[in-house]
Ligand binder design. Sequence first.
Ligand SMILES: Cc1cc2nc3c(=O)[nH]c(=O)nc-3n(C[C@H](O)[C@H](O)[C@H](O)COP(=O)(O)OP(=O)(O)OC[C@H]3O[C@@H](n4cnc5c(N)ncnc54)[C@H](O)[C@@H]3O)c2cc1C
Length: 492
Amino acid sequence: MAKTVIVIGSGFAGLSAATHLAHQGYEVTLLEKNEVPGGRARVFKTDGFTFDMGPSWYWMPEVFEKYFEFFGKKRSDYYDLVRLDPSYSIFFGKGDVMHLPATMEKLYELFESYEAGSSKKLKQFLEEAKYKYETGMDDFVHRPGHSIFEFADPRILTSLFKLQLFSSMSSHVRKLFKNEKLIQLLEFPVLFLGATPENTPALYSLMNYADMSLGTWYPKGGMHEIIKGMVTLAEEKGVKILLDHEVKNIVVPNGHASEVITTKGSFTADVIIGGADYNHVEQHLLPKRSRVYSPEYWDKRTMAPSSLLFYIGVDKKLEGLHHHNLFFDADFNLHAEEIYEDPKWPTKPLFYACVPSITDDSVAPEGKENLFLLVPLAPGLEDTDELREKYFGIIMDRLEAQLGTDVRNHIIYKRSYAHNDFKKDYHAFKGNAYGLANTLMQTAFLKPKMKSSKVNNLFYTGQLTTPGPGVPPSLISGKVVAEVVSKEFPQN
Ligand SMILES: Cc1cc2nc3c(=O)[nH]c(=O)nc-3n(C[C@H](O)[C@H](O)[C@H](O)COP(=O)(O)OP(=O)(O)OC[C@H]3O[C@@H](n4cnc5c(N)ncnc54)[C@H](O)[C@@H]3O)c2cc1C
């Protein structure tokens, strides 16, 4: 008899864990509360538009290639990719726009145009970043992070210095570059993924390597195509996916999870994997005596930002925008401070505009534009319709001024999304969007653990445990937890 597994949540991590285990012969049931799979990468269609609800940046393409290859498939069996050029644009002020080219030669020219001699420094910076990326991706991210001893082998210890775990991203970048715009360009990936550059280990310059050397890609049809591909593959492997099945309770009679109670009945299995937000599974689904962490522990975690999002249909084409547009025409440090140090709605927000209809005519009707706007916000803030509208006005004023065109009067569809929705739809702790921040004190074995120390058959996966937030890490998290489960609960 095959061992049985229940996975809670159909995000990237849950789907990945379920598929890996089904591939090894486990009988896997995946329970998802929403009616659409994909978690934060859900999609909705309306009025001829297709809106990706969460992730829009496709980075680290080899992680996806390897995912499908592991099962003897090809990524291209499921969706097509295009490389974006420019990768993205940064608006620093009216008429002051930086377009990130996709080729290295043009990238070096761009750096020189902002700071003489900086292309040589960029080469050095990216070589170090490549080393970190390769060491990190080949090794670190695949360690479950049960304990510090996983990292105590001589090869890792000798590389620790080169990995720059103990210096900050901010000082690393500032040692090499003086131009503020280049500094912002190099610091933005860590800000969007979860902590200030001052509090993020310089290890994470690996993200710059992912950004600048490996490129920004786009799956034709939108990011949800990845989820569709993963669902098809999961079902090919025999995973039973039950949507609209919200888990309300995990029954733990004596240190062993015996049963999972959902809105549509109860299920039993040999192993349970929580792929929903870690905090929700452990603080709200488990009996108190089975929780490893306290409410105070959770309160002290540095969460990655929440976001205010707008999904907008525009009845005309928007000249002057590219696929990805970062509006840094505001004080970068102040906004970062208002997310992490002194949480409040930002005085003058940075924001991001994604226009996938520039690359893909399938996501908007002809002659119209699909516009996704994102303002990173501190988690746990008050969220009201009035505040959302106030900030909509602020970013629209800036967008219209930058583009020199009327956008507001051309809006034919608009939906907002923020903290309250993240909580309602995903049970997101404090309404977080991207999980736990990548600070030094929340790296590797210092993250909430993949395996419960109180419930012998309960495991966790996803963006709040190892290796961390983002689509590629969540995919990897699912693979790692499957490896841990297959060691602890091997098939006979
Ligand atoms: C707005 C936004 C933009 C982002 N942009 C990017 C980007 O551009 N690139 C990138 O790489 N990453 C991005 N991210 C981060 C990335 O989307 C996440 O890190 C990743 O999707 C997390 O996957 P996950 O499987 O851990 O969690 P989730 O996607 O949240 O999946 C968890 C699932 O569990 C379900 N669930 C919750 N409670 C229960 C319950 N009680 N019973 C059953 N099911 C339950 C939820 O409904 C959900 O489907 C973005 C995230 C957001 C929100």
